[in-house]
Ligand binder design. Structure first.
Ligand code: NAD
Ligand code: UDP
Ligand code: UDP
Length: 318
């Protein structure tokens, strides 16, 4: 029998959170979306609002939260470098105080709790591809540290709450993911390039574009979130989640121009400090433990994402 659960999604109005809320509602659960709307928007969840099993709460996770749920997905945190570096102290607070509050909530409720961690815990990696056993190469005092070290500390807290208080935890290390519901001004590479291409504006390559990333389409990622949450209590992760197909940023730009038929030209901008030169997940663990691997290739995922931004831009002109 399929049991309906009460599920809290923090950061539920963001890019990933909004897809997760939709998926959980579709499975028949009651969903509480908590968000302070820093980078997320009401538009991302507007289509869910008429569902009586869905509830939105404006709340900042750096403050305590008292609700009654069975499971918690902790996604609250700006994910784009320009946004998380805008107010770095708040970013670190969101990761660390946010984790403490959500872990305290999980402890009181004996609820299962999922942490949206990141490939950034590996920093500018010196092994390639990255496996979960790699401890990373992270600058503790740079511009990205508020996010990287915040997320690393959150992982520490999750494992200490498990050891000390026997919490049921699930830690996901998410690699670059893209798709509909990314904000047009999000600042991450896929949304930037698509929006620039659709406007026939120059495509901004930071550095020479030879740095690489591996891009996962959002539907594949949400599928593995739910699989991880449903594993037996002795499986905690951390587990890498992403698409191992690696592309240079220049290749991505060329693909976006090709798929949009844009007249945009590539221009070079300075490479941000501490920008990792390469990134690619080793997903052996996810394959073995979760029976998962991504199905949607870059071209198909980009087409869906381009269609989303085309509609969004048409609507904003109305
Ligand atoms: P996003 O910026 O679209 O969503 C984050 C959401 O959290 C937003 O709705 C924002 O308003 C909310 N938020 C931020 N601070 C908050 C606070 N203090 N209290 C309550 N809500 C707050 O980003 P996303 O891509 O959806 O990322 C979601 C999570 O996944 C983040 O934790 C991020 O670190 C992680 N992640 C994402 C990726 C990716 O490629 N998308 C990769 C690695 C990790
Ligand atoms: N907390 C919360 N909701 C709850 C229970 C706890 O937000 O339902 C917060 C509370 O602010 C607390 C934090 O989680 O400070 C950590 O809780 P824990 O029980 O681990 O520690 P303590 O209460 O002793 O500080
Ligand atoms: N990038 C770029 N142009 C842009 C935005 C990003 O060349 O307009 C590059 C960025 O320098 C990085 C890669 O694309 O090397 C991925 O950046 P993003 O901010 O999406 O995520 P990151 O993986 O760096 O957190």
């Amino acid at each position: 029998m399929h049991l309906s659960k009460r599920i809290l999604v923090t950061g539920g109005a963001g890019f990933l959170g909004s897809h997760l809320c939709a998926r959980l509602l579709k499975e028949g659960h009651d969903v509480i979306c908590v968000d302070n709307f820093f980078t997320g928007t009401k538009n991302n969840v507007i289509s869910l609002l008429n569902n009586p099993h869905f509830e939105v709460m404006r709340h900042d996770v750096t403050f305590p939260l008292y609700v009654e749920v069975d499971e918690i997905y902790n996604l609250a945190c700006p994910a784009s470098p320009i946004h998380y570096q805008h107010d770095p102290v708040q970013t670190a607070k969101t990761s660390v105080h946010g984790a403490i509050n959500m872990l305290g909530l999980a402890k009181r409720l004996k609820a299962k709790i999922f942490q949206a961690s990141t490939s950034e815990v590996y920093g500018d990696p010196q092994i390639h591809p990255q496996t979960e056993s790699y401890w990373g190469h992270v600058n503790p005092i740079g511009f990205r540290s508020c996010y990287d070290e915040g997320k690393r500390c959150a992982e520490t807290l999750f494992f200490d709450y498990r050891r000390q208080h026997k919490l049921r935890i699930k830690v996901a290390r998410i690699f670059n993911t893209y798709g509909p519901n990314m904000h047009p001004n999000d600042g991450r590479v896929v949304s930037n390039f698509i929006v620039q291409a659709l406007r026939n504006e120059p495509i901004t390559l930071y550095g020479d574009g030879s740095q690489s990333r591996s891009f996962c389409y959002v539907d594949d990622l949400i599928d593995v979130f739910v699989r991880l949450m449903d594993t037996a209590d002795d499986f905690t992760g951390p587990v890498n989640m992403g698409n191992p197909n690696e592309f240079t940023i220049k290749e991505l730009a060329e693909k976006v121009i090709d798929l949009t038929g844009s007249r945009s030209k590539l221009i070079n901008k300075p490479l941000p400090k501490d920008d990792p030169s390469k990134r690619k997940p080793d997903i052996t663990l996810a394959k073995e433990k979760l029976g998962w691997e991504p199905k949607i290739e870059l071209e198909e995922g980009l087409k869906n994402t381009i269609a989303y931004f085309e509609t969004l831009m048409k609507e904003s002109k109305k």
